[in-house]
Design a protein. Structure first.
Length: 666
């Protein structure tokens, strides 16, 4: 008999990421992360808590037909595996010697070798000849801003002198001011040699097949970088000569030169410079001329949500041969590896089914990938032609132990009868006596729910709730018009769509149970938090609500969010000094006096994406109005990513708070 899933059981999950095939296509590497419940003894303010759970990661290796095994030890964290060109060594990042360093280790065995690199590593690649590594290195903020007066405690700088509009990033902290550099590391000599200093941070690097040219996606200046722009540059490694190939306004990333050097593929918005449009796969000649979009309205990068991923999930465009590119297509809540003919533009799926491929890699007609479904956390798969092998079974015991639930896909017409809306229902095996439902609203807004795995949804279903989640207009994976329909009018058609999904699910549940007026609770984070705030200010249909990492006031969001100055302009169509009324009309705070729904506010104190002042404004207004129960839980030192990669004990506390609030309002 299956056990009942509880918040603390998230500690039993494994997170599989970053699968890599060796160049000879005979073995794979991947990263398996887990939560160590007693990794580090707490100090200072947390001393009373004892041991604090932390994430740890190991690199695993596997060969066809053989059981995967741990390549790195469990006592340290290791990530970013990359095979050497001869498939005999593996480079990876690890903290096994305390600091985060780059290591190289022979696959035949022996000790890992720490490379003599003193600066933090941003990117690294093997040179095709195998003797060198190409590095992007950068000084840390600590080194820039002064010495540590106390080795036991990090000291804050005397001051921070800001000159750029983008000066801090969510989950990153304050952005270092100094330039990064391209370096060549000689493995035989064990030394680093400088190649070129860059003015801005690369958004991806790639080497030509012969190793002579390095392609770099980056902005031409700090000012262009502040405006989220980036072009394509070519660096000759022999002489350090840098040349611009494609200008900044493409806002491109992740270049991939073709095997024969004739073309360069890259990712950029399908409408040049408009990142609200679907992410597209583009192709240009090797000199950067004649860029053309290959994928039309198809989304060439996955954005289906999930809350049980930890680590890196690369989804590159990979050249299968001179005429075919592979990419991870996101469509209607699914994502699958797809082959594209660059001449005919015909797309051919190479994987199939109701699932989400979260990361993949391809070599010699074979591909490895991490994949998940609503009832199956991520695992690693190896596929070639008609053959398919599941390499990892890390979460098999978890699935069996807790009897995870399948999701039922549903659809309905929008209220204005103009589009089809997709949503899913996760029905509990043992419903609550009140047959309550919980409606979840995703963030973004240009992401999508679908066939990804959510521990949170399984947890709510285990507690007896029917979980409802779907894709209102603004969501990704349904075409450009659907994705951009809410621009400049948040809280209109998107709110109508969310309510249509809620009402349809509630009506079906009432018909099935022969009961009337079933309670339905509401929650969402980021854009979903905005929608939660908005809906309870415009309807009293929900029994209770929990708003998470939310937006309440576009006027203040503009200048306090790390992306506010660009996001608000694109999504809302204005700025606070010229379009004050427009932004205020679309701010949930304007309608706060209408709220009678009990509301719990969850927000992280180090959230720079949706700063905590957004929650503070909403909370203060609701407490002053005193029309409904309202409570506020703050999570210290956590970013916007609390629900997905926050400190494990705080993730558990968030889930416990969510459950307790819904149970309070029966």
């Amino acid at each position: 008999m299956a056990k009942k899933l509880r918040p603390e059981h998230i500690h039993e999950l494994y997170f599989l990421s970053n699968p890599q095939l060796s160049p000879d296509a005979k073995q794979i590497a991947y990263v398996q992360s887990y939560i160590d419940p007693a990794f580090q003894t707490a100090k200072g303010a947390d001393k009373e808590m004892g041991a604090i759970p932390r994430y740890k990661s190991q690199i695993y290796l596997a060969r066809a037909g053989e059981k995967a095994f741990a390549f790195t030890s469990p006592g340290s964290s290791a990530s970013q595996p990359k095979f050497s060109p001869d498939s005999k060594q593996l480079a990876f990042i690890s903290d096994r010697e305390g600091d985060r360093k780059l290591f190289v280790m022979a696959l035949a065995g022996g000790e890992a070798r720490a490379l003599n690199i003193q600066k933090p590593i941003q990117h690294f690649l093997w040179h095709p000849a195998g003797r060198h590594l190409i590095l992007v290195l950068q000084e840390s903020e600590d080194k820039q801003e002064g010495k540590k007066e106390d080795k036991k405690a990090k000291q804050e700088p005397l001051k921070r002198h800001l000159t750029r509009v983008y000066y801090r990033g969510d989950g990153l902290g304050f952005v270092p001011r100094e330039a990064v550099g391209i370096y060549r590391y000689d493995l035989k000599k064990d030394e680093v040699g400088g190649v070129l200093e860059l003015k801005t941070n690369p958004q991806g690097i790639a080497l030509s097949a012969d190793g002579d040219l390095l392609y770099i996606a980056m902005a031409s200046s700090p000012e262009a970088e502040d405006q989220w722009q980036s072009g394509l540059w070519q660096l000759k490694l022999k002489n350090g000569k840098l040349k611009e190939l494609i200008p900044d306004d493409y806002r491109l990333s992740e270049p991939y030169p073709s095997p024969d050097g004739s073309f360069i593929a890259f990712f950029a918005a399908s409408e040049k410079g408009n990142w609200a449009s679907p992410p597209g796969l583009w192709l240009a000649k090797s000199d950067g001329s004649e860029p053309r979009l290959l994928t039309g309205e198809a989304e060439a990068s996955p954005s289906t949500g999930g809350d049980s991923r930890y680590g890196a999930y690369p989804n590159p465009a990979i050249w299968q041969d001179e005429k075919h590119l592979l990419f991870n297509l996101n469509a209607e809540g699914r994502s699958h590896i797809t082959r594209l003919n660059i001449e005919t533009l015909v797309q051919e799926p190479l994987t199939e089914g109701d699932g989400v491929i979260t990361s993949y890699h391809h070599v010699q007609g074979q591909w490895v990938y991490s994949a998940e479904t609503p009832s199956q956390p991520g695992e690693i798969f190896w596929q070639w032609g008609d053959g398919l092998e599941q390499i990892s079974h890390s979460n098999q015991a978890f699935v069996k132990r807790y009897g995870l639930i399948e999701a039922e896909p549903r659809s309905l017409k929008s209220a204005d009868d103009s589009v089809e809306l997709s949503y899913w229902s996760m029905k509990p095996q043992k419903p609550r006596k009140d047959k309550a439902l919980v409606l979840e609203v995703h963030g973004g807004p240009h992401t999508n729910y679908g066939y990804g795995f959510y521990f949170e949804f399984q947890l709510l279903a285990a507690q007896g709730y029917e979980v409802i989640y779907g894709n209102p207009r603004g969501s990704s994976s349904y075409g450009s018009a659907f994705r951009q329909a809410l621009l400049g009018r948040y809280g209109s058609i998107d709110a109508d769509d969310v309510l249509s999904i809620a009402r349809d699910a509630k009506a079906l549940a009432e018909a099935e149970s022969s009961l009337e007026n079933l309670p339905i609770h509401l929650t969402g984070g980021s854009y979903g938090g905005f929608m939660t705030n908005w809906l309870i200010g415009h309807t009293n249909e929900f029994k209770s609500a929990v708003t998470q990492r939310s937006i309440s006031n576009w006027l203040s969001f503009y200048g306090t969010s790390d992306i506010g100055y660009r996001f608000t302009l694109l999504q809302q169509g204005g700025n606070p000094w010229e379009d004050t009324e427009r932004l205020w009309q679309q701010s949930p705070l304007k309608y706060v006096a209408n709220i009678t729904t009990p509301l719990l506010i969850l927000h992280s104190e180090a959230d720079y994406r949706c700063p905590i002042e957004q929650a503070e404004q909403f909370y203060t207004a609701l407490k002053q109005l005193d029309k409904a129960p309202c409570e506020f839980i703050r999570f210290p030192a956590e970013s916007h990513e609390l629900s997905r990669s926050g400190r494990p004990d705080r993730r558990v506390a968030r889930l416990e708070a969510l459950l307790e609030w819904f149970k309070r309002f029966v």
